[in-house]
Design a protein around this ligand. Structure first.
Ligand SMILES: [Zn+2]
Length: 232
């Protein structure tokens, strides 16, 4: 029913538009005889803007509706009004898009900046593997006492005695075979006395508390060692 009504009103609109255009064409062709003199520009402006100040019984309305030069001027003013409106809509759309783009960029920058937050947010933890027996591959060493917080961690890993210097990859993984890596970092060893240390940043934020495995792999020989690790 509503559909029929809207269809009917669309048909009425179409007919009304045609009648208006037809009337305009006749007026512009000078087929009608206007009464009185042409009104001033202000009146035509108000009429074109459909101002509330216009009283339909005003004889100037009747004149403008039948005079070819007034009708021409009215159509010109309407054209200016429409193009101004179109420009305004386009400007508003562009400004809105730019504002959203700017907000998006600011949000991205903020997130990037948040990630670079000062080192005060980084927990420095020493992981001492010095006295832990080194077991290759599947066998894990005893590392019951080591735990790391679920935060950004700067881990200073003291490698087991007699470890070879070089570049080491340190990973935290769910399983002992290195699957389900939740964080990793690599760096060259630093000698401290007779110890070799590796300093790596591990981002453990959002990692669930539980049992994991910490592994060290020397880049040169790809030998990996696994140690049980608790994340708290
Ligand atoms: Zn006129």
């Amino acid at each position: 029913m509503r559909l029929n009504l809207s269809r009917a009103s669309r048909a009425e609109d179409r007919i009304e538009k045609w009648m208006t255009l037809h009337h305009q064409e006749r007026v512009l062709a000078g087929e009608m005889t206007p009464k009185g003199r042409c009104p001033d520009e202000l009146f035509l402006n108000n009429l074109a803007r459909k101002s509330k100040r216009i009283v339909l019984s005003d004889p100037r309305v009747d004149h403008a509706a039948t005079c070819s030069s007034c009708m021409k001027r009215l159509l010109e003013i309407r054209q200016v009004i429409y193009s101004r409106r179109r420009r305004l809509v386009a400007t508003v759309s562009v400004v809105t898009c730019l504002t959203f783009a700017a907000l998006f960029i600011v949000a991205l920058r903020y997130r990037a900046w948040e990630r670079l937050l000062p080192s005060s947010a980084v927990a420095v933890q020493t992981v001492d593997l010095w006295n832990v027996g080194t077991y290759r591959g599947a066998q894990a060493g005893a590392l019951g006492s080591v735990s790391l917080p679920a935060a950004k961690v700067r881990a200073i890993v003291i490698l087991p005695a007699f470890s070879t210097p070089g570049r080491y990859l340190v990973t935290v993984a769910r399983s002992q075979n290195g699957e389900g890596v939740v964080a990793e970092g690599q760096s060259l060893t630093e000698a401290a006395g007779n110890q070799e240390r590796v300093r790596v940043d591990l981002d453990l934020r959002g990692v669930k508390a539980g049992s994991y495995f910490l592994s060290t792999t020397r880049e040169q020989d790809q030998a990996s060692y696994y140690y049980p690790l608790e994340i708290r």
